[in-house]
Design a protein around this ligand. Structure first.
Ligand SMILES: Nc1nc2c([nH]c(=O)n2[C@H]2C[C@H](O)[C@@H](COP(=O)(O)OP(=O)(O)OP(=O)(O)O)O2)c(=O)[nH]1
Ligand SMILES: [Mg+2]
Length: 131
């Protein structure tokens, strides 16, 4: 039987040379680790629509446009995810942890000081080279 894959829209929010990251709540999948904000793409949504909704809900930003950065499939064993990662530089509002989560603007060369889920290793490698 093929496993169900959860499609997730992920936003790498960049301003100057820093990225906005959030800490996942302890009780969630991959909890306690840092993430790029985002969430599940619902059945009736495009990836952009999902990203726009999630960034509004989670970090209080209004997304104007985004560009595709990469697509990553990762099997955590308990859950299989497909991360549709977009680069976000065109937004309005002040980014903050709108759901009470810890958050930070972090310089790209300081990302290694934060623990991310395993699927993010590839994203961070690409960011260091291309973003
Ligand atoms: N948002 C986000 N999710 C990530 C990253 N890396 C990674 O493996 N994931 C995984 C963790 C979760 O299994 C899944 C995202 O689910 P989520 O919990 O953010 O979904 P959601 O915002 O829709 O929240 P909910 O409906 O579960 O409450 O993708 C990342 O950088 N950002
Ligand atoms: Mg989320």
């Amino acid at each position: 039987m093929t496993k169900k894959i959860v499609h997730v829209a992920v936003g790498v929010i960049k301003a100057d040379n820093t990225l906005f990251i959030c800490k996942r709540p302890d009780d969630k999948h991959q909890g306690g680790l840092w993430e790029f904000p985002g969430g599940k793409v619902e059945a009736d949504e495009t990836v952009f629509e999902a990203l726009k909704r999630e960034l509004q809900e989670e970090v209080g930003l209004t997304l104007n446009s985004s560009s595709e950065l990469m697509l990553i499939e990762h099997d955590y064993g308990d859950k299989c995810v497909k991360l549709d990662v977009h680069l976000v530089t065109d937004f309005s509002g002040q980014a903050h942890g709108a759901e009470g989560q810890q958050s930070a603007w972090v310089a790209i060369d300081k990302l290694d000081n934060y623990n991310f889920p395993a699927a993010n290793v590839e994203i961070i490698e690409k960011i260091k080279v291309d973003v």
